[in-house]
Design a protein around this ligand. Sequence first.
Ligand code: AMP
Length: 213
Amino acid sequence: MNLILMGPPGAGKGTQARRIAEKYKIPQLSTGDMLRAAVAAGSDVGLKAKAAMESGSLVTDDVVVGIISDRIKEKDCAKGFILDGFPRTVAQAEALDGMLSKESLKINHVIDVAADDEALVTRITGRMTCSKCGEGFHKEYKKPKKKNKCDLCGGKLTTRADDNEETVRNRLKVYHEQTAPVIGFYQEKGSFKEVDGMQAMDDVFGSLCAILG
Ligand code: AMP
């Protein structure tokens, strides 16, 4: 099963992709996570991506297409994968089509986790992630039992550098201008579905599983 999870920043793609990865035993390929790792490692890709990520703009198509085209050839993707945060432009969607057809692969589901902008700003500016296990928390809606510590593994909770209000508003603008057209691209192909990302997290997961079967 090859799946694309779409949606604006903060819609819960990452959290849902982690749960789907666990349930269906396929890897979550998050370009955001890969780029953050590259920035932290100071690699060539990281150096190219850093400024765009800090301002909430998109990293260039050639960089992210390169990352994904290498990643989907790895062994653990043989039974399927979840693309989380890719493609984010129509050019990336077209490049993905090209690389999949070369490998005789196809996308089985494209699902958009839809949510409205103002709710997303509140969600994103309060979120914290465990640096060890990746579990998500929120300063208001899902407070950790101990300050800055993960309830599950005790890991330190971190806040993303680009989760401040100014950058979030730019990420939403970029989403509407450059990523929303990708929805039309997949609607035309007939493989597109939408779930309501404003539901409780468990209900969003339920809606996704109902589609995935
Ligand atoms: P995310 O973790 O998905 O919210 O991504 C964080 C940041 O990484 C974005 O704001 C972009 O700067 C960059 N990024 C992630 N995925 C892509 C992509 N597919 N194309 C371009 N930039 C991306």
